[in-house]
Structure formats: C-alpha cells, structure tokens
Design a protein around this ligand. Structure first.
Ligand code: PAF
Length: 283
C-alpha cells in the first residue's frame, strides 16, 4: 500500500493505472475509520481494479464553532486497517496541499445545500462538494463510494456529478450499524457510556416511524410526530430535526406514494449524530 501525500504523487498513480487500463475506485473519508468505511472499501475492491482511500479532515465543511480541532484522528490505525483490507493507495494530503493560499473557488449545489444538515450547518455542504470535486479531479476515479448514513450528502454529490458531467459513477453503500442499532459514525467516539445509551434514540425514533408505516400509516405529520415523541425528555439529547423528504430534492413531502427519506439529526452531549431510513413507494 502506497501513501500519497501530494497531488502530483496521486496524479502519477492515476496516469500509470490508466496506461495499463486499470479502473480506480475512490473511497473519500475523513479518517477515524470504522466498519461503515470498511464496507465501502470492500465494495470498491469488488468493483474496481485499484482502490484509493482518501483521508482528509476537510476544514471547509466545518462551521466556526464545530468540532474541527477535536475531530478524531488516528492515521496509523487507519493505515493498518486499510492495509489489512488490501487497499492500494491512501491519499493523505495536507490542508495546504488541498487549499493553497489564495484558493477562492467553491462548488455549490444550489437549492439542495441548505436543506436538512445544510440548514443547521450553513456552508457545510459547500465544503463537502468543493472537496469532493477536488478529490474527483485529483484521483479521476471510475467509481466513488459514499455511505447512505449521510443521505443528503449522497443526494447532493449525485446531483453535482450529474450537473457538472463529472465522469464518475457514484455508488452508495448501506448504513452499517452496531449490534444495538446505533449507526456507525466517527463521532460516536465522543460519547461517554450514558450518552452512548442515549444515542440509541435516533434509531429508535426511526424504528417507530417504520413500524407505523408498516402498519399502514401514511399521514406524514403523524409519522413525524411519532418519531419526535420517541425522543422523550432525555436532557443529554437535543433533537435538531426529524423530517420526511423527497430523496432527490430533499424537500418535505406530504405524499408517500413515491417513497421518501426519513432523516433525523440530534445532539447527544456535544456529538451531532445523524441517521435515516428510506420508506418505499407504492409499487
Ligand atoms: O462523509 C465524509 O466523511 C466527508 O463528508 C467526505 C465525503 C469525505 C468529504 O470530506
């Protein structure tokens, strides 16, 4: 496994791979890897000749009062995990390499970037789409792999790829959960033992919505209210949003016949966690 710290090194890898007709899969990450990331790596390995994993904690997608400074970082452990998965290349650029002084160009997916997490985290999705488009330009992957846990991010990246005709196939991997249902996230590392227990409420609220839906409930407000009520009154948990939206436009829906995304975000202590489920449409 080779570690590329510069864009030039990565480009040379890309040129060589193209020269011998090899396909490249890219798994963009911010490190602090868990089974969710590794499931994407395995998908990439199964679908591509060579796999690149980028590890870059992207300052552009963090707000001024967010957790950039304390975001979990464990580069050596990440490298060991990726080596064991048989990853071919890690791209681990510095902030200066990615954003040289004077960089003033951004990629924004208008009208989607201020929905769901974008509403609570202004500028977040602009940071994501800017860094992901840079990674796409640097690595020029045939396929890129993202997790369904960040459902809005996946929608926005797919729209960016479509709108800008970026020649990459975006593949979305299923949410990977702990045995008790908590969606895997690097930010779970912030939780102490009681908070870890409290955090299960996100999954529980989605299960409440799913159960009602399975019983035939189709009134969106009823489903939302039931999901919110599942939060109860735990003082360590603060619900940010629970919304039922169109998976493509991220706009709230009142008709579930074409399927919908139920997305939830909450602070548990200082950790901001997200989760979601997809309700199927009428077939
Ligand atoms: O999902 C993430 O970890 C990040 O948003 C991504 C896609 C690696 C961009 O920094």
């Amino acid at each position: 496994m080779k570690i590329c710290h510069t864009i030039d090194e990565m480009r040379a890898v890309r040129v060589a791979a193209r020269g011998v007709g090899k396909t490249i899969g890219l798994v963009p990450t911010m490190g602090a890897l868990h089974e969710g990331h590794l499931s994407l790596v395995r998908m990439a390995k199964a679908q591509c000749d060579l796999v690149v994993v980028s590890i870059f904690v992207n300052p552009l997608q963090f707000g001024p009062n967010e957790d950039l400074a304390k975001y979990p970082r464990n580069f050596d452990r990440d490298c060991d995990l990726l080596e064991r998965e048989g990853v071919d290349f890690i791209l681990a650029p510095s902030v200066e390499e990615m954003y040289p002084a004077g960089a003033v160009t951004y990629v924004t997916v208008e009208s989607l970037s201020d929905k769901l997490c974008g509403r609570s985290r202004p500028g977040h999705f602009r940071g994501v789409t800017t860094v992901v488009s840079k990674l796409f330009n640097i690595v020029q992957p045939d396929r890129a792999f993202f997790g369904q846990k960040d459902a809005a991010q996946s929608t926005i990246i797919r729209r960016m790829v479509r709108d800008l005709n970026i020649p990459v196939q975006v593949v979305i991997g299923a949410i990977v959960r702990e045995p008790d249902g908590l969606a895997m996230s690097s930010r779970n590392a912030y939780l102490d033992v009681p908070q870890r227990k409290s955090a299960l409420v996100l999954h529980r609220s989605l299960q409440t919505v799913q159960a009602l839906f399975d019983q035939g409930e189709r009134r969106v407000q009823t489903l939302i209210e039931a999901g919110k009520q599942a939060f109860g009154r735990d003082p360590s948990v603060q619900l940010d949003y629970l919304e039922i939206v169109d998976p493509e436009t991220l706009d709230p829906v009142d008709d579930l016949s074409r399927g919908a995304l139920v997305a939830v975000a909450a602070f548990v202590g200082k950790a901001r966690l997200i989760d979601n489920l997809v309700l199927p449409g009428n077939t």
